[in-house]
Design a protein around this ligand. Structure first.
Ligand code: PMV
Length: 361
């Protein structure tokens, strides 16, 4: 599919005073093969595959008032119940940038309410869940106004993924359950424009748990936009992009086979590779902290000693995602409790693999 398939062909100036309310819940996601490096309009330099989370999500509702006599978007934006001018500014720019995909936008007054299930400033990135929740709401408003234009579920989610990507690259993977891939993979039917669900994986992965250990809740010292940009001059970029291309193929087989040790090896290597790339960029960024390393070492020695598949992953920050499987829940309880001392305020967020985005009331 091309960009043009998502462009609105509807003449919104025909609409007379249409109004309503839509609401969606969309989760955060954790990449196994990481997306790091982008070009053009949030297009990835390499394909990625992520785990859709369950408990870390955003709930967004949009009240819409469309009137053909209105000439400009009017927006109210509430985050956690309070009007938020800074988010409003960013979202206004985003919405104005996607008017060609939703012709109703310039004729609309939108009242957006957004809440995260996880504490703000908990160090968990909210852009994937928030941008995908908003994109899903916009696609549904379009359906309401245009008699189910995106009625076909596959197209609906694909457009939502495409629109999410324009807000935050990794957000495009959040709309799908379990695992999602984004980016052109060899000759496969895949695209840089939107994500797709990973169709085949072993049942053991439906029991994947992710306990998120908050090492620091501080704002990242480098934005992901800057980090992606730095890949353009990174001396290891070419090798990295080749590696990621090979890894998405390998990971798909690993997921099918249910090979947990190969899964963990790739998960950990990808996390460390992401940070190695940041350390090797100019300027260089060191986003892990001493506590991050201590936790990683504890997880690795526990795994070796106990022979239990428990692994770590990292995003572009110091917090550690402890990945394990339901069958080992009791066996790793002690480990999680021991690691709590490294978490701010003893905070560990218990999450697991999830079912993707859903419509809410
Ligand atoms: O979606 P962005 O631009 O915030 O980039 C996210 C990049 C990583 O989280 C580090 C990796 C990924 O694939 O999600």
């Amino acid at each position: 599919m091309k960009d043009s398939e998502f462009i609105s062909t509807f003449n919104a100036s025909n609409i007379q005073n249409s109004s309503g309310r839509v609401a969606w819940q969309s989760p955060s996601n954790l990449a196994i093969v990481k997306y790091w490096g982008k070009y053009g309009q949030q297009l990835p330099r390499n394909p990625s595959i992520s785990i859709t989370l369950s408990e870390a999500f955003t709930q967004t509702s949009v009240e819409f008032f469309v009137d053909k006599y209105r000439s400009k978007l009017e927006l109210e934006f509430y985050f956690e119940g309070k009007e938020n001018e800074s988010f409003k500014g960013r979202i206004t720019k985003y919405l104005e940038g996607i008017e060609s995909y939703f012709s109703f936008i310039p004729y609309s007054k939108l009242i957006i309410n957004s809440d995260n299930s996880f504490p703000h400033s908990s160090g968990i990135a909210s852009s994937a869940s928030s941008m995908s929740a908003l994109a899903l709401c916009l696609c549904e408003i379009e359906n309401n106004l245009e008699n189910d234009k995106n009625g076909n579920e596959e197209f609906f989610l694909r457009k939502a993924s495409y629109i999410s990507r324009l807000g935050s690259g990794s957000a495009c993977r959040s709309v799908y359950p379990y695992f999602a891939s984004w980016g052109k993979i060899g000759n496969e039917d895949s695209s840089n424009l939107y994500a797709s669900p990973v169709a085949e994986f072993h049942d053991v992965f439906k029991t994947l748990r992710n306990d998120i250990l908050i090492v620091s809740a501080e704002e990242k010292s480098v934005s992901s936009t800057k980090g992606h940009q730095l890949m353009e001059e990174n001396p290891y970029a070419k090798t990295r992009f080749e590696q990621a291309n090979n890894r998405v193929f390998e990971l798909k087989s690993i997921l099918k086979e249910g090979n947990l040790s190969a899964f963990g090896e790739m998960l950990e290597s990808e996390a460390l590779t992401l940070h190695a790339l940041m350390m090797a960029s100019d300027p260089s960024y060191l986003l892990i902290e001493p506590k991050t390393i201590k936790v990683i070492n504890e997880i690795r020695s526990f795994r070796k000693n106990e022979n239990i598949p428990v692994f770590f992953s990292l995003d572009a920050g110091p917090n550690v995602h402890i990945i394990s499987f339901e069958k080992d829940r009791a066996a790793i309880e002690g480990l999680i409790e021991n690691l709590r001392e490294f978490a701010i305020g003893g905070k560990i967020l218990n999450d697991s693999i999830g079912f993707g985005a859903k419509k809410i009331e």
